[in-house]
Ligand binder design. Structure first.
Ligand SMILES: *[C@@H]1O[C@H](CO)[C@@H](O)[C@H](O)[C@H]1NC(C)=O
Ligand SMILES: *[C@@H]1O[C@H](CO)[C@@H](O)[C@H](O)[C@H]1NC(C)=O
Ligand SMILES: *[C@@H]1O[C@H](CO)[C@@H](O)[C@H](O)[C@H]1NC(C)=O
Ligand SMILES: *[C@@H]1O[C@H](CO)[C@@H](O)[C@H](O)[C@H]1NC(C)=O
Length: 317
């Protein structure tokens, strides 16, 4: 994607709504989340710029595996335009794509208690990952590199870091806030993608806004260390996947009142404050923290991943 081109294009089509904002990293998180509770509704502060957004946006943690087999957690960076944030992720909600706009109708916001998961923790091959068309990696040659997007961990040094981009499905069954696998109540469009204006299947007829996260992983501290031989990449997800095919994300809706629907209904590009939402300063976002619940060292050089996991390279390595 070329941002200048996109922006010019987007500004020429003022009927779309795309909000883009940052949420700082919340360093710890509860081990269990009561599925019956509207957990974000019980939060007292938010690490997100939009002060009325108490949603949970979750991704796994990335580690670097040195040649001697030790692991080190990869820090996150604030994204482009949000470099003073304490890591975390950039969130988008789209009424239409930011390029190639084809989706003209209004989209529905989520409801309290709504949650979804996308990806497969057990995936170790491209075929298994291909079910989820839009969970990708971008090798950042510069801080604003946005293409190409790949399904696996990059196999070479990325000068400025690695970006993961996670797009959620955009069709809802209209009834269930959740499902046993956290995915059955949602679906990708029947054909094409949200970006191409693909229609929702009859089983999941309600078109929602597209939720997308971008996470920037600061791999620079590891770029000078010796990488593994034989084309293996040295990065591994906290639960052991070293292929990258098990990239996944979690979302729990938590906007106050109809704040999100208002944004999705208001033509705007990136900064959608005209919908009347309160914005908090990055310093205030960074102040919203939580005490660690799990008493385990996760930041030193470690002999195994937290929880005792080891890197798994899958059949293609
Ligand atoms: C956090 O997790 C603990 C341990 O599982 C549980 O007892 C507690 O109720 C949870 N707290 C919240 C706010 O969900
Ligand atoms: C393993 O390698 C890393 C990176 O070179 C180094 O910092 C760490 O101390 C080593 N760990 C052990 C146990 O040798
Ligand atoms: C890596 O090596 C390059 C070239 O020697 C150097 O400019 C850079 O500062 C080093 N980076 C780190 C994180 O040590
Ligand atoms: C949006 O623009 C307003 C006014 O320029 C600014 O105060 C606010 O911080 C911006 N918000 C975001 C999320 O960029």
């Amino acid at each position: 994607m070329h941002w200048t081109k996109i922006l010019a294009l987007a500004l020429a089509v003022p009927s779309i709504a795309v909000v883009r904002f940052h949420c700082s990293q919340l360093n710890s998180f509860n081990a269990t989340m009561d599925t019956k509770k509207d957990m974000p509704g019980e939060s007292t502060c938010t690490t997100c710029q939009y002060a009325e957004d108490f949603s949970n946006y979750w991704t796994a943690v990335m580690y670097f595996r040195a040649q001697n087999g030790s692991y080190k957690r990869v820090p996150q960076l604030g994204n482009n335009q949000f470099t003073n944030a304490n890591g975390g992720l950039t969130v988008y909600y789209m009424q239409d794509a930011i390029y190639d706009q084809q989706q003209k109708s209004k989209v529905t916001a989520f409801q309290p208690g709504f949650r979804m998961f996308i990806g497969d923790i057990a995936a170790r091959t491209l075929a298994e990952a291909a079910r989820f068309r839009q969970l990708t990696y971008t090798c950042l040659d510069t801080f604003i590199t946005r293409q190409p997007e790949m399904m696996a961990f990059p196999d070479h040094v990325c000068k400025e870091g690695i970006m993961t981009t996670l797009r959620f499905p955009t069709c809802w069954d209209g009834k269930n806030l959740d499902s046993p696998d956290h995915m059955a109540h949602i679906s990708y469009p029947e054909t094409g993608t949200f970006e191409s204006g693909g229609p929702c299947p009859s089983t999941h007829p309600v078109r929602t806004g597209q939720v997308m996260f971008e996470v920037v992983w600061d791999t620079k501290p590891f770029n000078n260390l010796t990488w593994p031989t034989g084309g293996k990449n040295p990065f591994v997800w906290s639960f052991g996947d070293a292929t990258g095919y098990a990239n996944h994300a979690d979302y729990v809706f938590g906007w106050k009142g109809d704040a999100l629907q208002k944004i999705l209904d208001t033509p705007c590009i990136f900064n959608c404050t005209q919908a009347g939402d309160k914005i908090q300063a990055v310093d205030d976002m960074n102040k919203c923290t939580q005490k660690a619940i799990v008493d385990e060292d996760i930041d030193s050089w470690l002999p195994s991943l937290p929880g005792g996991f080891q890197a798994e390279y899958g059949p293609t390595f």
